[in-house]
Write a protein that binds this ligand. Structure first.
Ligand code: PLP
Length: 391
């Protein structure tokens, strides 16, 4: 038998051991984690909606009408009218013909990719795509070719060399870097080479684009340009679940073929109603987006002036590049001693030698919260190498 205990010990030695914190109370910037009050800068609740009173009220109200459990899979008797309402709302929100509600973004990526490509086909995947995309590619049994991050010219060359069914998949906003894929150029080369483009906008939905419609809408791209759009609902939208949106025929195909849609219990229908409430709020409330993006601009200005190495991101994901795993842990620990929760991200989540602190912002953060972060970063500056280039 494998020596699992030894592997755990080796992880500890390499600075790669992961632990979980116990959070008490609702998700918001001021958290109680492991019994300690901390100011969090590591959640994906970009719009501060995870604890929104109107959405909680919508959930309560829906619970009294729909009950709690999903009871069965969608294709047996779990497909509730509340799920249908949400799918119509998601199609409208994203400007697509049709949408399907999945239980998580991880399941959406696994199910969609493995349904739309299979043995004998080729998938082209950005090197920095999320783990759920990588796993979806593996599950598909298609040939997988990874292209350098955001390198549309390299992708075009690969596409030109390949025949048969081709699927290109990319994060919209890259989860650990915060930058945005070159979506317009990707759409152009996919059209030129008859490849199906799949964009996972997990971190753009709610936050970017007109009325929060995401990075694809921000790039002005329609259903013809990006036929398969995936989004998650547990991040900017503040509830839970995920969706895929696109042409009705493709959604019908996924209902027949996406195993992570078919072989799982439907989400509690009341959650769908809370998500509709949240989408209504997101469309109306530009103020939340303006506020969080304002915090991002100020952070970038002041943290790069201190000499921290930031990444080319203008989204609420603002990683501080550190490099070494132990150094990243030391910076995270020093911030925690100053009352801040910012997690260190290490391989395999990011490439070896690129450990970083993934700082994220929320509309629920105040300017005073940002003051606290900046002043702690200033005190901890000596813990990381000076950046060669200020971005
Ligand atoms: C780009 C991306 N896609 C998908 C997911 C998975 O979504 P979920 O948390 O809903 O499973 C994540 C993060 O969790 C992500 O960063």
């Amino acid at each position: 038998m494998r020596d699992f205990a030894l592997e755990l010990e080796e992880r500890k030695q390499a600075g790669l051991y992961r632990t979980r914190r116990h959070v008490a109370g609702p998700q918001r910037p001021s958290l109680i984690a492991d019994g300690k009050p901390l100011l969090s800068f590591c959640s994906n609740d970009y719009l501060g909606l995870a604890n929104n009173p109107a959405n909680i009220e919508a959930l309560r109200d829906a619970l009294s009408k729909t009950g709690l459990g999903g009871a069965a899979s969608h294709l047996i008797c779990g497909h509730h009218d509340a799920h249908h309402q949400l799918e119509l709302r998601l199609a409208e929100f994203t400007g697509r013909s049709s949408a399907l509600f999945f239980s998580t973004g991880y399941m959406a990526n696994m199910g969609v990719i493995s349904a739309l490509a299979g043995r004998g086909d080729t998938i082209f995947s950005d090197r920095l795509n999320h783990a759920s995309i990588i796993d979806g590619c593996i599950l598909s049994r298609a040939r997988v070719r990874r292209y350098a991050h955001g390198d549309v010219a390299a992708l075009a060359t690969m596409l030109a060399e390949t025949s048969g069914h081709k699927l290109v998949v990319t994060d919209g906003v890259f989860s650990m870097d915060g930058d945005i894929a070159p979506l317009a150029e990707l759409a152009r080369v996919c059209r030129a080479h008859d490849a199906l483009l799949v964009v996972d906008d997990a971190h753009g939905i709610g936050v970017l684009g007109p009325e929060g419609r995401g990075s694809v809408a921000e790039a002005g791209l329609s259903e013809e340009d990006v036929p398969v759009l995936i989004g998650t609902l547990g991040k900017g939208v503040g509830t839970s679940g995920a969706f895929v949106a696109g042409p009705s025929m493709l959604m019908d195909y996924l209902v027949q073929k996406a195993r992570t849609y078919i072989y799982t219990t439907a989400m509690p229908p009341a959650l769908a109603m809370a998500t509709i409430s949240s989408l209504d709020l997101i469309e109306r409330d530009q103020g939340r987006r303006d506020h969080v993006l304002g915090l991002v601009s100020r952070f970038r200005r002041e943290a790069s002036a201190m000499g921290y190495e930031l990444m080319p991101s203008h989204t609420p994901i603002q990683p501080i590049m550190v490099g070494d795993n132990h150094d990243a842990l030391a910076l995270s620990q020093a911030l925690e001693e100053r009352g801040l929760l910012v997690s260190a991200i290490r391989p395999p989540t990011v490439p070896v030698g690129e450990a970083r602190l993934r700082v994220t912002f929320s509309a629920a953060h105040s300017q005073e919260n940002l003051d606290c972060l900046l002043s702690a970063l200033s005190e901890c500056r000596h813990l990381v190498q000076k950046a060669d280039v200020a971005i």
